[in-house]
Ligand binder design. Sequence first.
Ligand code: FDA
Length: 503
Amino acid sequence: AAVEAVPAIVIGSGYGGAVAALRLGQAGIRTLVLEMGRLWNTPGPDGRVFCSTTAPDQRSMWFRTRTEAPLATFLWLDVVNKNISPYPGVLDRVHFDAMSVYVGRGVGGGSLVNGGMAVTPVRSYFGEQFPTVDANEMYGTYFPRARAMLGVNTVDPDWFESTEWYRFARTSRKAAANAGLKTTFVPNVYDFGYMQREAAGTATKSALAGEVIYGNNHGKRSLDKTYLASAIGTGNITINTLERVRDIRRQADGTYLLTTDRIDAGGAVVGTGQYSCTYLFLGAGSLGTTELLVRARETGALPALDASVGTGWGTNGNVMLGRANHLWDTVGADESTIPVLGIDDWANADNPVFAEIAPLPMGLEHWISLYLAITKNPERASFSYDPATDSAKPGWTAAQSAVSVSMAKKLFDRINAANATIYRYDLFGSASKAFADDFTYHPLGGCVLGRATDDYGRVKGYPRLYVTDGSLVPGSIGVNPFLTITALAERTMARVLAEDTAP
Ligand code: FDA
């Protein structure tokens, strides 16, 4: 097949990819975005683009015959997951030995499936993780830019205090307060004005109809509505969907040559593509970008990649857990899917934890308080390449997850003691499992800023090759990560467009 030559290519259309695409397009550089997932803009037979969490169909997950929701069971019954037919659905769960990783698939990447929490990291911890990045510039310029571009807003506190839809969060806040812990409001990209109209019955329900991990049909400002819409608006961006990059190499003239697999809705490879470009931006996410680079190094396609490529990977210390409230501490049958409160104990030097108060919308009173704890787990893993399967995987172990669990347990033991409550043991599949320690929503690292790349995401050893996504973050950032990923990508693009692309 003929090689298609373009000035710039961006791999992936999540946060890192979307920022790169917009800024390249604005700079007048013709850019091709290659995304393995589909474009989510066409209603299915039910009139909706995305399916709901309660009645998942083929749109829910990436080529599965059964859904794999984070909460596997309720009262130990396998009532949550449903059989589906294989299709390029929006949520993927990538399995490794002791850890599986949830990621979004489609134009918009993780923004299509995530909880929308847009959290600025604690400044001192950001400084610890990124000692060579000018924090003044980040907190003065790039975090504000990212918040504005992503459409970050906050829940109206008066409405929060009065609405049935956040009773679950108020109940968890009370339990935390009883243990002397403080909670904080968490900003979000979900339009809270829209949510209030949902509650008032004047807008079609989305967050108030259980929609989130398989996509929101309304209200969520996902990247296809923000960065990517503006990128398309520049007239310089083309997005190819259902096209997965397999191979990257560098040609004698210094351009990059990419080989792709084009897949159909059944997952069959129906063709391959070849593209060459002068500038190559990797935004395939922590797993995607790290695998592409580890494969390129180990197969000899990009042999000069630094030894640190594939190292420094972590789960952001993620652990999910549930507590059983007393009968009089109701959470309500109505729960918004969009979290707005976090328990902030990050300043506790003995056991730093930031725990999001998560919804569990089931349409009935279940007395469960659910949490996603982000712990300061110092463990990191490295990727290894397997030539037999041509894939790379992080060697994360169960013992490394146990570190996150013990930190989460320390915090929630305090909350349980202060409230005379207990954990729920029926939510995560196997009997008596109180902590979901085998999945993460926050894969981070693999191509860490300042190690695998220079301080601006330029890959060491390869001019005009850049990383702009979550693989730059060294395994932990202490809060939900997409705002940090977006702000770092803005910083990289500002520098690269000023220094590297001038004629
Ligand atoms: P991201 O994963 O967004 O995008 C990568 C894209 O590249 C994907 O579209 C993928 O299909 C594509 N791709 C990968 N390999 C490819 C290849 N070889 N060829 C072509 N395309 C390829 N964070 C947060 O801050 N607040 C929150 O509330 C949440 N909540 C949350 C809930 C759930 C269910 C999940 C799964 C995740 C979250 N997150 C979150 C995490 C957040 O979504 C995540 O950190 C970012 O999406 C990561 O952004 P990246 O740009 O790194 O990659």
